[in-house]
Design a protein around this ligand. Structure first.
Ligand code: KG4
Ligand code: ZN
Length: 358
């Protein structure tokens, strides 16, 4: 039995977890900063890194305590190295380095997107995984369709050319006067809305596997804003709820917007998966918590569809520990001079990662 301690601080959740053999969670502790950031309507980097500094030591201690282990039982420390906010990543990476130095344990740097992929290894399954699989990774910062041919082997089939799906949810929520984070808020409001009320654009439909969400955001803005007399209409991000056109049905707008995002995510993922001979479709990242996305993907896909439980969709350290375990098992180790990588494409990690292969 190999126990990995995982640490995650790439954005606005401070996480620590203990995972056995990459697949069994012994503990998974997450301190969310959502309340701190809600007042800014988004993640405020300076506030995020300060909050990580305060939370990290107690969170790691609690993860060890919940798992009823000490560092002596741990085989390696896995930490998110990127992509993410530099100041936030630094807190986790420096803490992990300190622990590694003090304990003599090996250090494994993990790509946050690979972490999201490995949240799929933490779920109960009836049959073993057979590669290749196609994973839709949709979060606040990323929207990617990735072909996975083996552990650590990724090919990007599609990505967003502008906003990430979660970012679109957050921005549209803000212009509808809904709270941050926007995804859960829009999902809630959309339940009582008509998804066919507005015919919002499905961008790049039938044109490969890339996404574009900024036109959709603008279309929502046009649909809800007061007719504007000035030369320049306000940007979606700067619209305030009192500028909403009177009589706008927020539930209908939310439901129609959500349907447009879901349609395009589902359509392109299924096309990519069938074209590349995938055995199943995976979904990961915060937006994969969306109930409409889950239901629509499962209903339309000819292949089996898997997604993690809600707690493992959003940022957490169990997925980092799992990804770290499989890297560790493949011989990857990082040195104590490991740097953070705020921009770190998933597809490059097979060739370069770890810097040392034992
Ligand atoms: O993976 P995550 O926790 O953090 C990043 O790595 O970005 O994803 C956060 C994103 C936010 O944009 C949030 O609005 C979105 O996931 N999200 C949702 C839902 N729950 C969270 N989007 C749509 N529907 C949801 N139920
Ligand atoms: Zn994430």
């Amino acid at each position: 039995m190999t126990l990995i301690l995982g640490i995650e601080t790439s954005c606005d959740e401070t996480g620590a977890a203990v995972v056995e053999d990459g697949v069994r969670i012994h503990s998974n502790v997450v301190a969310s900063q959502i309340d701190l950031h809600a007042r800014y309507g988004g993640v405020f980097p300076e506030v995020a890194s300060r909050a990580h500094i305060e939370a990290i030591a107690p969170i790691v201690e609690q993860a060890l305590r919940d798992a009823e282990v000490t560092l002596a039982d741990i085989e390696a420390i896995a930490v998110t190295r990127g992509p993410g906010l530099a100041g936030s990543l630094l807190v986790g990476v420096n803490f992990a380095k300190g622990l590694a130095l003090a304990s003599g344990l090996p250090l494994v740097g993990v790509n946050h997107l690979e972490g999201h992929v490995y949240s799929l290894w933490l779920i109960e399954r009836e049959s073993p995984v057979r590669f290749p699989v196609v994973c839709l990774i949709v979060s606040g910062g990323h929207s990617e369709i990735v072909l996975i041919t083996d552990h650590g082997q990724y090919r990007q089939l599609g990505t967003t050319i502008d906003d990430a799906a979660g970012e679109a949810f957050d921005k549209v929520a803000r212009l509808l006067g809904l709270p941050y984070p926007g995804g859960p808020a829009i999902q809630r409001v959309a339940e009582s809305g008509d998804p066919t009320a507005y015919d919002f654009p499905r961008a790049l439909r039938g044109e490969g596997y890339d996404f574009s969400f900024s036109g959709l955001k603008t279309a929502v803005l046009r649909a809800v804003q007061e007719p504007h007399s000035g030369k320049r209409p306000p940007k979606a991000e700067s619209l305030t709820p009192d500028q909403l056109r009177p009589g706008v049905n927020v539930a209908d707008v939310a439901a129609s917007f959500q349907a447009a995002v879901v349609d395009i995510l589902v359509e392109k993922t299924i096309q990519a998966a069938t074209a590349h001979g995938a055995t199943e479709i995976w979904m990961a990242g915060g937006v994969s918590a969306n109930a409409a996305l889950r239901a629509t993907m499962s209903a339309r896909s000819p292949l089996p569809v898997y997604y993690p439980p809600l707690k493992l969709c959003v940022d957490n350290a169990a997925m980092i520990a799992s990804a770290g375990y499989f890297r560790y098992a493949q011989g990857f180790r990082d040195d104590l001079d490991m740097d953070v990588r705020p921009l770190w494409p998933l597809t490059t990690i097979a060739q370069e990662a770890g810097d040392t292969v034992g």
